[in-house]
Design a protein around this ligand. Structure first.
Ligand code: PMM
Length: 286
């Protein structure tokens, strides 16, 4: 399926976006795919396992991460995006920088996933509008090294909705078509466990913004916290995939358009289960 098919809802929900961090330091998969060969192999494998979109990122956005420079970010992602696009994968570029977005789209990326929603780079919205590709507006307040200082809310769901609405309106004003905008609550970005759960429970309000909603809960810290052991040790990252797949299932039931996940198989299984349940028959092709 093409990105146009996915945007138009021609796929049983959820659209599964597989995470491919070409970084040495992302919190969950940092350092595992930081050579082009390993990254392309993993991208191909996620596609074969059912991912609809491969989300390639060259800069870690985890809390506390130090930013790299633009040339280095471009160098990390361009070869990987181009190799995956050449084999027919739908590729998104996970970046907060307009120059990186442009470089990636020029070699075949068909979606820009901006965790800053346009706040990190004033050129992002006009650049994406000119590129003519869909755009993920993620809720964000500050970069990784300052994120924890921006995490106070009176009413998280309504504040996130208002701030997302503002960024979506800026994207529209810059010329990005309404049919090309996706919103994402930005779980974990300047949010603690209670805010993340409130936002998941608040999916109906997020949907009411009028755009498809993407949910990125995969392996995040709030899952480690929820599933901590009796001695308060957080569940390790590699033990959070079942919880992630359950969130994929529940988020879809509550209207999410897509999920961004590291373990593609589990969320694709969840999709088959949901489709079969809803249809009342076996849907192996979901
Ligand atoms: N989270 C991360 C990176 N990119 N993009 C979107 N749209 N939503 C997210 O929640 C999101 C993202 C951080 O997680 P990672 O280090 O596992 O990639």
């Amino acid at each position: 399926m093409t990105i146009t098919d996915l945007m138009a809802g021609r796929r049983s929900a959820p659209v599964v976006m597989g995470v491919l961090n070409v970084t040495p330091d992302s919190f969950s998969d940092g350092g595992r795919f930081d050579t082009q060969e390993a990254a392309v192999r993993h991208g191909r494998s996620m596609r074969a396992l059912g991912a609809d979109i491969i989300d390639v990122g060259g800069e870690s956005t985890r809390p506390g991460a130090i930013r790299i420079d633009t040339d280095e970010e471009i160098a990390r992602v361009v070869g990987v995006v181009s190799a995956l696009a050449r084999i027919g994968a739908v590729v998104s570029i996970d970046t907060m920088r307009a120059d990186v977005a442009r470089a990636a789209v020029e070699v075949g990326a068909s979606l820009v996933n901006d965790v800053s929603g346009g706040l990190a780079d004033p050129q992002m919205h006009t650049t994406v509008a000119a590129l003519g590709v869909p755009y993920v507006v993620t809720h964000w307040r500050r970069a990784g090294d300052q994120m924890t200082h921006a995490s106070s809310y009176q009413d998280c769901v309504s504040e996130v909705c208002t701030e997302l609405q503002t960024q979506a309106e800026r994207a529209l004003d810059a010329g990005i078509a309404a049919t090309r905008i996706i919103v994402d609550p930005g779980l974990g970005f300047a949010k603690g466990p209670d805010e993340n759960w409130a936002l998941l429970a608040g999916l109906p309000q997020l949907r009411a913004l009028g755009f498809p909603v993407l949910v990125g809960a995969s392996r995040k810290r709030f899952l480690g916290s929820l599933l901590r052991s009796a001695d308060d040790t957080p569940r390790p990252v590699d033990g959070r995939d079942t919880a992630t797949a359950l969130i994929s299932l529940l988020a879809t039931v509550h209207g999410a358009w897509g999920v961004r996940v590291h373990n593609v198989v589990d969320s694709c299984d969840a999709r088959k289960i949901l489709s079969s349940w809803q249809a009342g028959r076996e849907c192996t092709d979901a």
